[in-house]
Every structure is written in C-alpha cells, then in structure tokens.
Design a protein around this ligand. Structure first.
Ligand SMILES: Cc1cc2nc3c(=O)[nH]c(=O)nc-3n(C[C@H](O)[C@H](O)[C@H](O)COP(=O)(O)OP(=O)(O)OC[C@H]3O[C@@H](n4cnc5c(N)ncnc54)[C@H](O)[C@@H]3O)c2cc1C
Length: 291
C-alpha cells in the first residue's frame, strides 16, 4: 500500500478546504471504507490524502423527509437505511437491494453514497435507485447540484463527481401513490458474493419500469408503457415478448460469475419472477411512525 495521510475534518467547510487544496486524483473521500480500503491495499487507488466524512458536525448520519423527498445523508450506513420504516414502505426494492450487499459487518460500515460513487457495474443498489428516480446531491464550496443516479454513474469506476465536490446525500421522491416494487439478484452462491446480475421492477397502474444491473457498463432503466406487464390479464407469451425487448438492451460480459449468454437468458427468468413478486406485493401507503 502506498503511504497516504488521513484527514478527519469536523465540518463541510473544512472538507472543502482540503478538497480545494488538492490536485486531481490526490484526495479520496472515505465513508465506510469497504471499497476504498480494498483499493488502497491493492494499489489500484493511490491518493495522497484520504478524507473521512464520518465526523462532520453539519453532515450527520440520518434520513429525513424534505419537500416531498426522502434525503439519506452520506454517512448513513446501509443497516440504518434497511431498518428505516419509510424506506421499507415507499422504497421496498431499495431496502431489499441494500440487504444483499456483503454481510452484516459490511452493511454496518458501508454507505449508499459509497456504493454509488464506487461505480461498479454490479453495484447492488443501482437498479433500485434508478427505478425510484433517485438523485445524488453533490456539494462543493460553490454550492449544490442534483444529478440523477442514472446520469451520475458514467461507467465502470467513472462518475460525474467534479474536483472540489463530495456527494452529501441521496434523495428519493416520495411516491404520491404506493408503488409495487421488487428486487431480484442472481449470485453463484448464497452469502458474500457480487451479483451475476440484479434487477428491479416497479409496477404502476399502467407503466411498468425495470432497471438492470451487472449486465452493462452501468445500470440502466427501461419502461414498458404498453400496459402489457401491468395488466394482470395479459398472457405469459405477451409478457415474455415485452420482457425480451427490454432485456435486449443489456450487453453482458463473460467473466468468472457467468457467461454472456447465461446472463442474458437469466435476465428473462429473473424478470418474470420480479414482475410476479412486485404485482403480488401488498402496498402500504404510510409507514409506521412516519415523520
Ligand atoms: C467483502 C465485501 C463484500 C461486498 N459485497 C458487495 C455486494 O454484495 N454488493 C455491492 O454492491 N457491493 C459490495 N461490496 C462493496 C462495498 O461494500 C459497497 O460498494 C459499499 O456500499 C461502499 O460504501 P462505503 O461507504 O464503504 O464506501 P467507501 O469505501 O468509503 O468509498 C467507496 C468509493 O466512493 C468514494 N466515496 C465514498 N463516499 C463518497 C462521498 N460521499 N462523496 C464522494 N465520493 C465518495 C470513495 O472515495 C471511494 O472511491 C462489498 C465489499 C466487500 C469488502
């Protein structure tokens, strides 16, 4: 591991001072460290400074409802996200997806912003964030900007994060009517393993939306506006035809987790299952104890 210095700023202002004083690639934010430490150890990531975002007085861990959106601050752990009644009610697919990341120990440390900013093609929260129109809140000394997760992740290990910026939160629009959503994931074994593929499905009154992960350089979203997938009386053949057209947009690779043909075939199988799970899901409009 290449030596680096560790900074623990106490406020966003101090963080921006550090970011502004560093050149491109010289400084790396850290939240849970579950990706970053692996990259530092392997030598793939070689910063001069690691800046810890877990101790900022003006960016505490937490989830709050603001102007019709649920805002998850950057230091919030996946465990806290999974346990939040509002997430489980309004964004059940995100709770399901986050529950599959690593192990209990990993989820106790890992953050949602870290999962996004790491930009692995297989990051498990990606499809859920896309179907729910999640936005990354990016902050710098010059102010804030909001970028949809779908646009923020550009490809493997590439994001739209600019010099001087950090991701301070992820925001999800609270749905006006409850959504029927589900998450499905294929792995080589139960337990700690990255996804061979993952997907999310949201069924609305007419539109059905799917997002797919680990089968393209970045997760992507596809809508069915024909009404076939949302219609309980549509035939399995018609549903398969729509699902095949949606999954045709994937460009899976062959690697240790599976062949490209296998991944493509399994997209249809998991797509059917996710659709059935979402359609049969009981919906609850208000979480217990919602604020
Ligand atoms: C054993 C193991 C199993 C895993 N299993 C899975 C899995 O099943 N599914 C999965 O999706 N992932 C998995 N991961 C990867 C990892 O746990 C997740 O990606 C996690 O969500 C990363 O969050 P973190 O807070 O630890 O990020 P960190 O490691 O702290 O950061 C990750 C990257 O994002 C950058 N970053 C972090 N926060 C910010 C911010 N606020 N602003 C700007 N940049 C930021 C860092 O500089 C770094 O480049 C696994 C990792 C391990 C070690």
């Amino acid at each position: 591991m290449r030596p680096f210095s560790y900074a623990r700023p106490a406020s966003l202002g101090e963080t921006f001072d550090l970011l502004d004083s560093a050149g491109p690639g010289e400084i790396r934010p850290l939240v849970g460290g579950t990706d970053l430490i692996v990259g530092l150890q392997s030598g793939r990531i070689r910063p001069d400074v690691v800046v810890d975002l877990k101790h900022l007085a003006d960016l505490p861990a937490g989830i709050e409802q603001v102007d019709g959106r649920l805002r998850i601050s950057a230091p919030t752990s996946l465990t806290d996200i999974i346990g939040d009644a509002r997430i489980r009610t309004w964004f059940p697919a995100l709770a399901e997806a986050a529950s599959t990341v690593g192990s209990v120990q990993i989820r106790n440390r890992a953050s949602l912003t870290g999962n996004i900013c790491n930009a692995s093609p297989a990051f498990d929260t990606g499809p859920a964030l896309l179907v729910h129109d999640a936005v990354v809140l990016l902050s710098s000394r010059d102010g804030d900007r909001r970028v949809p997760v779908a646009d923020f992740v550009l490809g493997p290990r590439r994001t739209d994060l600019r010099a001087g910026e950090i991701a301070t939160a992820v925001e999800l629009p609270v749905p006006e009517t409850p959504l029927r959503a589900s998450f499905a994931r294929l792995t080589r074994r139960r337990g700690v393993d990255l996804a061979t593929l993952s997907l999310c499905c949201v069924v609305g009154p007419r539109r059905t939306r799917f997002a797919f992960g680990a089968v393209a350089p970045r997760p992507f979203v596809v809508d069915d506006d024909s009404g076939v997938l949302a219609d309980p009386s549509s035939s399995p053949e018609d549903r398969d035809e729509v699902l095949r057209a949606m999954t045709a947009q994937a460009s899976p690779i062959t690697d240790v987790r599976g062949g490209a043909d296998y991944r493509q075939a399994m997209l249809l199988v998991l797509g059917r299952r996710a659709l059935a799970a979402a359609r049969s899901r009981p919906v609850q409009s208000q979480p217990d104890g919602a604020r």
